[in-house]
Ligand binder design. Sequence first.
Ligand SMILES: Nc1ncnc2c1ncn2[C@@H]1O[C@H](COP(=O)(O)OP(=O)(O)OP(=O)(O)O)[C@@H](O)[C@H]1O
Length: 251
Amino acid sequence: MLEVQNLSMRFGGLLAVDQVSLDVQEQEIVSIIGPNGAGKTTVFNCMSGFYKPTGGKIVFKGKEIQGRPDYKISRLGMVRTFQHVRLFTRLSVVENLLVAQHRHLNTNMLAGLIGTRNYREREQRALDRAAYWLERVGLLELANRDAGNLAYGQQRRLEIARCMVTEPSLLMLDEPAAGLNPAETKELNQLIVSLKEAYNVSVVLIEHDMSLVMDISDRINVISQGCPLASGTPEEIRQNDDVIKAYLGEA
Ligand SMILES: Nc1ncnc2c1ncn2[C@@H]1O[C@H](COP(=O)(O)OP(=O)(O)OP(=O)(O)O)[C@@H](O)[C@H]1O
């Protein structure tokens, strides 16, 4: 469903991403790993429309999307979370999920003001979806709390719910386990696997927690200093000498 071909991104004199290719099939969890500064988030930013890549192609569901704005890419069904949580901290938990759906559906303001039947039905569906996903990520009881008052692990789960209410086919998670304790990481592991198995979602994951990556990935792509270093199953990556060297070099 997604094919990234020879993606490159240059910032002035720095070639942050150099000819990176990867693909994601339906219902697959594909991870991107690599030492700090390898270019992982830059790949994400290109894929999700935050940066216009300086080279290469990104094909999602048969359409070339490189350089398209982020809101158009998310309407095609490819949504992301961020390395640093980006919620509306002064809105309630449930409002965060409603705003996400409004932005996604491009709701007609006038229909909202007049309160047409169609609009009311859509609002009800949005509320139902929000309640469903809050329950799913264990936040229903906190629906009316300000998002900014949630514990960090809860905010990260809310971010995933905020993506899921838009019913994506591909979810991109940027370091979802960062800052989580072991119990929360285990819950996250189960949640991500269930997204794939129960909701037919494909996942692209950037993550430094190797036990999580090795446990849930179908395939892993390793990049180092912007360049592709290796790709394969968790077992192949675990035994790859270049990968071991890149990581030992970092330590
Ligand atoms: N907007 C930007 N302008 C200039 N340089 C940038 C920009 N974004 C990223 N870079 C540079 O590109 C390189 C890759 O950064 P990137 O954040 O993609 O790495 P990463 O693999 O995600 O790192 P980490 O694991 O630490 O998050 C770094 O040298 C970074 O400083």
